[in-house]
Design a protein. Structure first.
Length: 216
């Protein structure tokens, strides 16, 4: 999702993270809902703080994979690695995001300067900040969709969601994915204006120098 200087919105669906990160012309800020930076063991502080901030929506924050897991070629291998390091296996849901995390990680490590304009966001953290408190309902339900759409309409204009919805088939892009993209765009504009904050307030870096943070 991109908003041009004249206020017009555009939206594209990318096949993978590499294509997204290589787009030209390069956006001023690229906010992505993919973990950046990885610990060698244990949770990232930003994930812990995001759960605390979200309260009733805390379950929407997945634990980012530890760095050794990013090299795994299968769920079984990932489970064995995590069990050796942390004494527990990995859920299939958590394994599902590992390829995207690894792809973004490789891209940022090959191009260290990119982490200055590619920033990690979490839609529910953004929505909670936008709303002034965590959202009351889960995003996939009618009530949750309605309360998020009201925020989008209040900031981007009433036709904004419908305009994006019309450009993408429901079978390709779900309504909650469009709403999450609006939350990321809302945060990206806060970053561009110098208004954004981070979890934690002073983000640590991983062993490759990547900031482990969630921007909101």
């Amino acid at each position: 999702m991109l908003r041009a200087a004249d206020g017009s919105l555009s939206s594209l669906v990318f096949e993978g993270a590499a294509e997204l990160l290589a787009q030209e012309p390069r956006p001023a800020v690229l906010a992505i809902d993919v973990p950046i930076g990885a610990t060698e063991s244990g949770p990232r502080r930003c994930d812990v703080e995001a759960r605390a901030l979200l309260g009733r929506r805390a379950s929407t924050v997945f634990t980012a994979p530890v760095r050794p897991v990013l090299a795994a070629a299968s769920w079984d291998e990932a489970c064995a690695i995590r069990e050796r390091i942390e004494g527990r296996r990995m859920s299939r849901q958590a394994w599902g995001i590992v390829p995207k995390v690894a792809e973004v990680d490789r891209a940022l490590r090959r191009n260290p300067g990119r982490d200055g304009w590619i920033r990690e966001v979490h839609p529910e953290v953004s929505f909670a900040t936008w709303n002034g408190s965590p959202m009351r309902h889960r995003k996939k339900g009618i009530e949750g969709r309605t309360e998020r759409m009201e925020l989008v309409a209040s900031y981007f204009g009433s036709p904004a969601f419908a305009g994006v919805r019309a450009r993408h088939r429901a079978g390709d892009v779900a309504a909650d994915d469009i709403l999450d993209a609006f939350a990321a765009l809302w945060t990206a504009e806060r970053i561009a204006r110098g208004e954004a904050a981070t979890l934690p307030a002073e983000p640590p870096t991983d062993r490759f120098g990547l900031r482990m943070e969630i921007v909101y």
